[in-house]
Design a protein around this ligand. Structure first.
Ligand code: AMP
Ligand code: ZN
Length: 134
């Protein structure tokens, strides 16, 4: 399969590796929002969160936390954003599931996404629609 992140885990494409274990691999994003911006990926190829088996997700969660703390200390960050883009409309460009762990600074000029309030009653209706699929 022609997947850039699979190639990175196999050492076929170079990267600045941060962490590796039997399930996952973490490396610096090549175009960071700030220095230290790291990507954590499962070693096995899954396209996005929906496809990622729970057994793997459970293994990745504590690594996200471990990396967040190490990145914060390593680059002296004032905060950390965790992100995951799933599917093209959500900004996914590489279709091998990955978590972004992004160091933040109070003066880094990045703009947080802006919320917009629900029209009347739409909040409760939306909650019902989602609960129907749980
Ligand atoms: P996404 O939009 O969530 O799919 O993000 C893909 C991320 O992968 C982007 O932030 C890219 O900068 C990053 N990326 C793409 N190619 C490489 C690479 N060869 N090494 C490190 N990061 C990469
Ligand atoms: Zn892959």
């Amino acid at each position: 399969m022609d997947c850039i992140f699979c190639k990175i885990t196999k050492g076929e494409i170079p990267c600045d590796k941060i962490y590796e274990d039997e399930n996952c691999f973490a490396f610096l994003d090549i175009t960071p929002i700030n220095p230290g911006h790291t990507l954590l990926i499962p070693k096995q190829h899954y396209e996005n969160l929906y496809e990622l088996p729970d057994e793997i997700l459970i293994k990745l969660a504590p690594i996200i936390k471990k990396l967040a703390i190490a990145i914060k200390k390593g680059v002296d960050a004032e905060g950390i954003n965790i992100g995951m883009n799933n599917e093209r409309p959500a900004g996914q460009l590489v279709f091998h599931a990955h978590f972004h762990i992004m160091p933040r600074f109070s003066n880094d000029s990045h703009i947080h996404w802006r919320g917009k309030p629900y029209p009347k009653d739409e909040s409760a209706q939306t909650a019902e629609k989602i609960k129907g699929f749980l």
